[in-house]
Design a binder for this molecule. Structure first.
Ligand code: TXA
Ligand code: MG
Length: 316
């Protein structure tokens, strides 16, 4: 199958209406989208990504009016967050209605929903009369794509179209917040900081990462990984330790190594670092090196989500 890469929204809508998959841009990362209400279409998403069916998908909507079609209730705290952060990188886990197929939610009684902020994604969603299930458009376990080319490098031939919306502005996946129980709980740190959420709804729980947590497999310990082993720690020490080997370095603000050292944000800006993270990991992964060395960034705001991805990408 030849994969078309284009910004043609009408073509994307036609393909989706016909039950095909289309990779779509969002403000976080590119998603591999299909009709969320059509089980065979959802099955294609799992197959194209080589994703285990116990890992549920996020449902994307284009307008707030449709939310009640898919969930049984929207608690007050969720509604407050929606008013402030939607459209945007915040996914809410809510109790689902039966129109949402079991395959989307891996049989759970809850569904993860978000309204993406990318203008092309929103326009596309509003042309369709169904919501889009869309995981990140990468093979299961690999780094998420933040450009159309990243998607093409890995899913080329497997899907008919990649809707090109340019590089993703946020660069990290959405924050996932479980609002289905009385105590709100962050299941995945992401594009909206936990601090910003807590300003609106007060203290929230934060789920621990675990390799055996069935309710949030995106939290699997070995996720978002480059193929080359990544070592997270003090770059100077690691460079010394691996002095006999070919290495690449991913650092926050400053350079530690003459060659193959990418800097996430020379001005120390966490939003810029988030934007660069996945693209830089891919670049380093493609170099002729044995190991990638990386350092954590300040553990505040978006830095928590960046560190979360770095830890999962790293060798334990
Ligand atoms: O920014 C994003 O969220 C991107 C873009 C494309 O929207 N999507 C994304 O999807 O990151 P994915 O499939 O890579 O990660 C979705 C995560 C999974 O880890 C899954 O476990 C969790 O959402 N999830 C989905 N439904 C859930 C549910 N009902 N309860 C708990 N976690 C859920
Ligand atoms: Mg993913």
């Amino acid at each position: 199958m030849e994969t078309i890469i284009s910004g043609d929204i009408n073509r994307a809508a036609e393909l989706l209406r016909a039950g095909s998959l289309v990779a779509i841009p969002t403000e976080t990362v590119y998603g591999l989208a299909g009709n969320a209400l059509d089980t065979p279409c959802v099955a294609k998403i799992f197959a194209a990504k080589n994703r285990p069916s116990f890992d549920p998908l996020i449902v994307h909507i284009g307008s707030l009016e449709t939310l009640n079609d898919f969930v049984t209730e929207v608690p007050e705290a969720a509604l407050k967050l929606i008013q402030i952060f939607w459209p945007g990188p915040l996914t809410l886990v809510l109790k689902k209605k039966s129109v949402i197929p079991d395959l989307v939610t891996s049989g759970q009684e809850t569904v993860a929903i978000r309204m993406p902020a990318h203008p092309l994604a929103l326009e596309l969603l509003n042309k369709l009369d169904f919501p889009l299930a869309a995981p990140s458009a990468n093979p299961f376990g690999y780094i998420s794509p933040t450009t159309a080319n990243h998607v093409n490098a890995q899913l080329n031939g497997g899907i008919p179209m990649i809707l090109d919306g340019g590089p993703c502005k946020v660069g990290l996946e959405s924050t996932i917040l479980d609002c289905s129980k009385a105590q709100l709980r962050v299941l995945r740190a992401g594009g909206i900081s936990i601090e910003d959420i807590e300003k609106i709804v007060g203290k929230v729980d934060i789920a621990n990462s675990s390799s055996s947590n069935p309710s949030a497999p995106g939290m699997l310990e070995n996720h978002y990984s480059p193929r080359k082993p990544l070592y997270l720690g003090n770059p100077q020490e690691l460079i010394r330790e691996f002095s006999e080997e070919k290495i690449a370095v991913l650092s926050f603000e400053k350079k530690y190594h003459e060659h193959n050292n990418l800097i996430l944000s020379a001005k120390g800006d966490l939003a810029e670092a988030a934007q660069n993270l996945f693209g830089f990991l891919r670049q380093l992964d493609q170099l002729n090196v044995d190991k990638i060395i990386a350092e954590e960034v300040p553990n505040i705001g978006l830095g928590r989500a960046i560190n979360d991805r770095l830890r999962r990408a790293s060798k334990k």
